[in-house]
Design a protein. Structure first.
Ligand SMILES: *Cc1c(COP(=O)(O)O)cnc(C)c1O
Length: 414
């Protein structure tokens, strides 16, 4: 779809200041930025609460949150203040030194997860890379072999770097970039037998999203996740749970696995972890932390710098203060009912799937991208996932009224 044809007629900001037209921003961007995204024809400028505003002053109700990132909503004063004051103090140190924000952010992430040790990265993809390395090192320490295998899931998404792409179960994303990392086998999500069939004496890790996001919003079935965990325990295989999208309160607990009672050996986290500041983390349980990465094995220049950690630290404070997770739990039934009512009402909506504020509607017989585009015209941001799913991952601070308004704007777009 060609999405950059829109021509804005006004060249005036609301204060009467002369601004470039949206069409000019888009054209100039396309001239300078490598075209790896088909962007929607909107130039966003600012946000307040759960609304975004473009350069022409049009407002959008945001049920995408920058892809499950902006959990606290836009313009949270305490969050913004934490960043501003850190900017004035110290933005970066490298990892050769200690600083207070690192201690605070790591302690809070350890507390929220109940796991043991944190390594901060700059993105989700890098968190996956670190998790894979930690798992290989753990196995290496055990048997000294260098031919360990990792089992990943079909329709998974873990990122686009070579390592993360290697465990991403999407042939289309992988094809042109082969050869990828070796020793990766794929199993079917929610099919324990297919996982068991891939296990060998060289398997060092099983990696999966607790709730598959990009693949189409598929929560793990409790029996499946418990079965995988048991398999891992029996064979001393590390369980890596990717909580990059489903973590940080989105499903009604800090991390989705906490609702299953299945603790990972390694967890990856990003997206809402910094609520907009680029930061990720992989977090090790005691077993993996005791025997895996040591000085010299892994590093990053920026990862966990004072600015990123000040964001993470304040995000946890605000989650507690604003009781974000309780709010998600309380409002989830209403969001689910609202979406279920749409499934009842419209022929082309065949099902709803999801957990908490991570929901998908399955669209049949209509391109989902068309609905996403129409919704945008009607001032509503929703996302797609997989080939046929409308994805809802709003800021975690939405209200009942926002859900009603979302439904109104969405129906208008059908
Ligand atoms: C977004 C995502 C990633 C990649 O994170 P980036 O920050 O884009 O590198 C990995 N895993 C899951 C489940 C994701 O949703």
């Amino acid at each position: 779809m060609q999405k950059n044809e829109k021509t804005a007629e006004n060249g005036e900001g609301r204060e009467g200041k002369k601004l470039p037209k949206a069409s000019e921003y888009m054209a100039r961007t396309e001239q300078a930025v490598l075209h790896t995204y088909n962007r929607f024809p909107v130039v966003l400028e600012k946000g307040q609460g759960v609304y975004l505003e473009d350069v022409e002053g049009k407002r959008y109700l945001d049920f995408g949150a920058g892809i499950a990132v902006f959990a606290l909503g836009y313009g949270n004063e305490e969050y913004n203040e934490a960043l501003k004051s850190q900017v004035d103090k110290l933005i970066h140190t490298s990892n050769l030194y200690y600083h207070a924000p690192l201690m605070e952010a790591a302690e809070k992430l350890v507390k929220a997860s109940g796991l043991s040790r944190v390594f901060f990265t700059n993105s989700g993809t890098e968190a996956i890379e670190g998790a894979l390395k930690a798992a290989r090192k753990y196995a290496y320490n055990k048997d000294g072999r260098t031919d360990h295998e990792i089992i990943a899931m079909e329709h998974s998404f873990h990122g686009r770097s070579i390592g993360a792409l290697s465990v991403t179960g999407n042939a289309h994303y992988q094809e042109a970039f082969k050869p990828l990392m070796g020793g990766v086998k794929f199993a079917r999500f929610n099919d324990l037998e297919s996982v068991k069939a891939q296990v060998t004496d060289r398997t060092c890790a099983i990696i999966l999203e607790t709730v598959q996001g990009e693949g189409g919003i598929y929560p793990a079935e409790p029996e499946f996740l418990k079965g995988v965990k048991q398999l891992c325990q029996e064979k001393d295989i590390l369980l890596i749970l990717d909580e990059i999208q489903c973590g940080m309160g989105r499903t009604g607990s800090y991390f989705a696995w906490q609702q299953y009672g299945v603790e990972p050996d390694i967890m990856t986290c990003a997206k809402a972890l910094g609520c907009g500041v680029p930061v990720g983390a992989f977090v090790l349980g005691e077993k993996a932390a005791a025997s895996s990465l040591v000085p010299g094995d892994h590093g990053t220049t920026y990862g966990g710098n004072p600015l990123a950690c000040a964001a993470v630290s304040r995000v946890f404070d605000l989650f507690e203060k604003e009781r974000i997770i309780d709010h998600v739990r309380q409002l989830t039934p209403y969001l689910e009912q609202t979406l279920d009512a749409l499934v009842e009402k419209y022929e082309f909506l065949s099902a709803r799937r999801g957990m908490g504020f991570m929901q998908g509607l399955v669209v049949t017989g209509r391109p989902v991208g068309e609905i996403v585009g129409k919704a945008l015209e009607n001032g509503l941001i929703v996302l797609s996932a997989g080939s046929d799913v409308l994805r809802f991952v709003p800021p975690l601070v939405i209200t009942k009224e926002d859900i009603d308004e979302m439904a109104r704007r969405l129906e208008k777009s059908f």
